[in-house]
Design a protein around this ligand. Structure first.
Ligand code: GLC
Length: 739
């Protein structure tokens, strides 16, 4: 619709109509149960129940036939005839569920990540969704927090690249209108929700401004530069002010400094929760502060509905309300909803999901997201007919490998299990299965889903029986494939943990199996880094599969037999103990770095009961091939810093490889990290192939900010480190600012 016409429509709206447009509720208002509530489900407390056909948006209805009917009812029953906006928690796939984001990002195959986002967008579009609540871009450095699984991880560069590519995949290239097969991206959670005190869910966040400007805000800013259409506020306090009521954060930073002019939606009930925070004195005050902070949609509370009719009698608030509603109408117009309210719902292939192409991309992304943390001799597995493999552990036949945030639209029944993947590679007689241990203590917590869950996941069995059966199977095998880790409910929202070690029964099983002196290949299913210090040495090989999505079984087995080559790198540090947390790669030095103080062994930065080193570092990841790399040169030119290195595959097999380039620390007004990732590449090398790689770094990459947000870029010597699977080469060059 032409903007002029949209303005005319806007001016025809009553205050009542405008307030209704700012209300977003989940879909269970319009459909029977089955809509996933992601917060306390309670009576919302509308003083005057609105005509629900007149509200602005609903979310988490993912059935295209139901959405068609809802939109039809809205257009028939609303006075203003403004189409309803359909949003949903599509975080890493609609029905083709890809590996969780913490895994995907580790592929460093940003083209493939974008392709997966395009598939998620197309499936969402063909099922009537207009807006997806992702990518989540909260930087995470504390694995006690359960939501690390939906983040691209601890690193700024990785998260920025992930942000740009996922937004581009969802929305298509920058355009005034969102084309078919594309959806609007709602990035979240603004801001810094991933750094709660104690790693405890919803806890306060305290970060200096320089930490915000140099690290935590960067991924969101990258998404805004990629033209994301929406931002979702965060639950947490940021330096004493709740994000949802934070004018400095949402107006001065997000809208003024970053230039965001899209829609700001609160997180679930976050407007009302300004009262629980102790920031607003009551619901009216909460609505006032949220509107002043620029929040356009009030998700899942009645605060705006109850308070704005009175507030809007004041001219200043009437203008703030107009601002919010205008942005909402602009978004609906960009989606073409006024001309096509049944967007995506009237295509010949409406409802299409899980195409062969989608499953192929998902398989590739599994292959590129699994991190080979350790490999002595066991991988790749031999495929000789006499090879007998004991497949121990509950994940062999489990369908619950999608991860927490897939539950909104994904289906566990879609999963190609590890067993199915193994049967594509080996004969049935070569595989000896035992569940090893129960992954769920009982199914009672699944409530109404209990029966279906038990049917898909199998009954709870006696632990001692499972242990003995596992040992019997293992005795008959040449190699043991052991699945360990978390169940999918142990991570995601509301799942903070203080103990990151494996359960005792898993540790006992590992040690018992190790007594058989056969190679053990561990497959680690988890939504977060775990503390594996006690068990790591028992494994010959350890493949981190995270929660790999619908094609997990096939992708993992392609890696196990060497049909695919592991190239992923860790996106988040694995501590040796919880006591080291927060522990991450881009940490600063100290005035007394370990090994740096010649005068004393005591008075240096260390623990007396643990090393400073993690068990597995950010960037860790092995290959089936060996590489060497040497710098050919780094030189500043007018358009940036030209970098060149040569890399050689020294093995007899082709392999994907993910070189990483780190910037080492340099003197600065605000101390910079000892090392921070500044570039990566990802490509295939044939056996014995040598390749010269060139890339250009922009001067901008070397800048940083102080606590006032002032940007610094200084001339001087900088050192780049080429990291090839832990083999490091440094190259120093001189940068003259502004040349
Ligand atoms: C949740 C989450 C947010 C999600 C929203 C809607 O509590 O914090 O990520 O998009 O509510 O389900």
């Amino acid at each position: 619709m032409e903007e002029q016409k949209l303005r005319e429509l806007f001016h025809r709206l009553s205050v009542h109509d405008k307030i209704a447009q700012t209300i977003q509720l989940n879909g269970d208002l319009f459909v029977e149960s089955g809509v996933m509530n992601t917060g306390p489900a309670k009576d919302l407390g509308f003083q005057k129940e609105p005509n629900f056909y007149e509200i602005g948006s609903i979310y988490n209805v993912n059935d295209h036939q139901k959405l068609y009917q809802i939109q039809k009812d809205v257009l028939e029953n609303s006075s203003h005839k403004i189409p309803l906006l359909f949003m949903s928690d599509i975080v890493y796939g609609f029905r083709t569920i890809f590996p969780m984001p913490l895994a995907q990002a580790g592929s460093y195959d940003f083209d493939l990540i974008q392709q997966a986002a395009e598939i998620s967008a197309k499936e969402s579009y063909l099922n009537g969704i207009h807006v997806v609540f992702s990518p989540m871009l909260d930087l995470v450095r504390d694995p006690r927090w359960g939501r690390v699984m939906e983040s691209p991880g601890e690193d700024v560069y990785t998260s920025k690249e992930f942000a740009k590519r996922v937004v581009a995949g969802y929305q298509g290239e920058k355009a005034d209108y969102l084309q078919e097969n594309h959806v609007a991206a709602c990035i979240k959670h603004f801001a810094a929700y991933g750094a709660p005190e104690g790693g405890r869910e919803y806890q306060q966040v305290e970060l200096s401004n320089q930490k915000l400007f140099n690290e935590y805000l960067q991924p969101y800013e990258a998404a805004v530069e990629a033209n994301c259409e929406l931002v979702m506020t965060a639950f947490n306090l940021l330096n004493g002010v709740p994000s949802t009521g934070n004018k400095w954060l949402n107006r001065d930073i997000l809208r003024e400094r970053f230039g965001f002019n899209g829609v700001l939606v609160s997180d679930y009930a976050a407007v009302q929760e300004l009262v629980s925070h102790g920031f607003a004195k009551d619901e009216q005050d909460a609505a006032k502060k949220a509107l002043e902070a620029g929040v356009d949609f009030d998700m899942m509370t009645a605060a705006y509905a109850n308070a704005l009719p009175e507030l809007a009698k004041d001219q200043a608030f009437a203008e703030l309300l107009d601002e919010a509603v205008w942005r909402i109408l602009i978004l609906k117009n960009k989606l073409g909803l006024f001309e096509q309210p049944f967007r995506g719902l009237t295509e010949p292939n409406t409802g299409e999901v899980l195409t062969d192409e989608a499953k192929e991309v998902a398989t590739k992304l599994v292959e590129k997201s699994c991190v080979l943390l350790k490999n002595e001799t066991a991988l790749p597995l031999k495929k000789t007919k006499d090879q007998r493999i004991a497949v121990i552990g509950p994940y062999a036949e489990s369908h619950f490998t999608l991860g927490f945030w897939a539950s909104v639209s994904g289906r566990s029944s879609d999963v190609l299990t590890l067993k199915a993947g193994l049967l594509e590679q080996f004969g049935q007689d070569q595989l000896l299965f035992s569940r090893g241990f129960n992954l769920y203590e009982d199914y009672s917590s699944f409530g109404p889903l209990k029966a279906g869950f038990e049917q898909l996941n199998g009954p709870i069995e006696d632990e001692e029986f499972l242990l003995e059966q596992s040992l019997e199977q293992a005795k008959k095998a040449d190699v043991i494939l052991l699945t360990i880790g978390e169940n999918f409910l142990e991570s995601g929202e509301g799942a903070s943990k203080t103990n990151l070690r494996l359960p005792e029964k898993q540790i006992r099983l590992i040690k018992k199996l190790a007594e058989l002196k056969k190679p053990i290949v561990g497959l680690l299913y988890t939504g977060r880094p775990l503390v594996l210090t006690e068990v790591e040495s028992y494994f010959d090989s350890l493949l981190l599969v995270w929660f790999p999505g619908v094609m997990g079984g096939r992708g993992i087995c392609n890696l196990l037999v060497g049909e695919a080559s592991p190239s992923a790198r860790l996106t988040m540090t694995f501590p040796r103990s919880e006591g080291q947390i927060p522990i991450y790669s881009a940490q600063t030095s100290t005035g007394r770095p370990l090994g740096g103080n010649a005068h004393s062994e005591r008075f240096v930065s260390k623990y007396i009961d643990e090393t400073n080193e993690p068990l597995f570092s950010f960037g860790a990841g092995k290959s089936y091939a060996d590489f060497e790399g040497t710098w050919q040169g780094v030189e500043e030119k007018a358009d940036g810093i030209h970098c060149c290195y040569e890399i050689a595959n020294q093995s007899e097999r082709e392999a994907w490889v993910t070189p990483q380039i780190y910037l080492l620390n340099h003197p600065a007004e605000i101390v910079r990290p000892m090392k921070r990732l500044i570039a990566t590449q990802h490509f295939l090398l044939a056996a014995k192939e040598r390749k010269v790689v060139t890339f250009t770094l922009l001067e901008e990459e070397f800048a940083y900010f102080d606590n006032e947000g002032v940007r610094y870029l200084t001339s001087g010597n900088y050192t780049l480190q080429l990291d090839l699977l832990g083999i490091k080469n440094n190259q120093t060059f001189h940068l003259v600012k502004g040349e």
